[in-house]
Design a protein around this ligand. Structure first.
Ligand SMILES: O=C(O)CCC(=O)C(=O)O
Ligand SMILES: [Fe+2]
Length: 313
């Protein structure tokens, strides 16, 4: 007898939910939407003399590889789906209806509701990652495009969210084999609660003295599957060791509505409400406007720290 999702999740700290999204209906449109964002980014890179072509005839993964090989600057923040501090202020953000459609898809929210409960908000801590083959990212320190160091998601928020049971949903946008740099997890590691983390150039990572004894294991998944992770799950990702493929993924988060998100300066939205269904957000223009407003406020105020460890060296 197979255990139900909530039982597996409570026992292991993570659970693969197979086939919850439709690759044609939900995933292809998100990839296409990111490719349209890349149109604008590539045109800017050409105008700045950083690349010779927008390579718009290439399929999205090949285009990312071609542009990354040629471009001397990292443009991954321009494709990301959250706001990040940059040297000169705040990153750009372009969201769209395909992403909102995926985040609010019925079957995904049904599964999320089984863990989070009937009042579900989408957390503003959300990323689009495109992990390039290792040989291209040798000099990079950026976990949007290369492997991610060992961490817990509870460590990358402010302490205001310590009691918020944020559920991470890892969404492959292509089939992710062991060689493509899968998410990797240490099953059962969530039982130790929040561990000490240290800032490193590659990102926050579990302190040496708190590292789990077991090595993380890569979780190969197909497009359409998602991986649920507890916020205390210790996880990382492996290098993309493929010859020339890109690992495309989203990591998004859901939490009970009304509890602190851990990033008070970024906008959550109500994804499902059993008690007040009219509060559910389904308008992509409204969603983008919320983020544009947050961006303007951050440009005016400066970007605050997003976690408790950044001051520690
Ligand atoms: O995709 C990755 O490499 C890391 C993802 C991650 O850290 C997360 O889903 O919380
Ligand atoms: Fe994470």
């Amino acid at each position: 007898m197979s255990l139900d999702l909530a039982t597996r999740f409570a026992r292991d700290g993570f659970a693969v939910v197979p086939g919850v999204l439709d690759p044609v209906r939900h995933i292809a449109p998100v990839v296409e939407e990111r490719n349209r964002v890349l149109d604008r980014v590539a045109a800017r890179l050409v105008a700045e003399g950083l690349v010779s072509s927008t390579y718009d005839a290439l399929p999205f993964p090949e285009r990312l590889i071609k542009l990354s090989r040629e471009c001397p600057v990292d443009f991954s923040l321009d494709l990301d789906i959250t706001l990040t501090a940059t040297a000169d202020g705040v990153s750009d953000i372009t969201l769209g209806p395909a992403l909102l459609d995926l985040l609010t898809s019925e079957r995904l929210l049904d599964a999320v509701e089984g863990i989070v409960g009937p009042e579900v908000s989408s957390s503003p801590i959300q990323h689009f990652r495109w992990k390039l083959p290792r040989q291209i990212t040798e000099s990079s320190t950026n976990a949007l495009i290369m492997r991610t160091p060992l961490h817990q998601d509870a460590a990358v928020v402010l302490p205001e969210a310590d009691d918020t049971p944020i559920l991470t949903v890892w969404v492959p946008l292509c089939d992710v084999s062991q060689e493509l740099g899968p998410l990797c997890v240490v099953p059962g590691s969530h039982r130790r609660g929040l561990l000490t983390h240290r800032p490193r150039v590659t990102g926050l990572t579990v302190a040496e003295e708190d590292r789990p004894e077991r090595e993380p294991i890569g979780v190969a998944v197909r497009a359409g599957d998602v991986i649920f992770q507890s916020r205390h799950m210790v996880h990382a990702s492996l290098d993309n060791v493929s010859a020339g493929s890109v690992r495309l993924s989203l990591d998004v988060r859901y939490q009970p509505t009304g509890l602190p998100t851990g990033r008070p300066f970024l906008p959550p939205f109500v994804a499902r409400s059993r008690s007040q269904p009219h509060t559910e957000l389904r308008d992509a223009a409204q969603w983008s406007a919320m983020w544009d407003e947050a961006r303007s406020a951050l440009r005016a105020s400066g970007f605050p720290a997003g976690d408790r460890w950044s001051a520690v060296v």
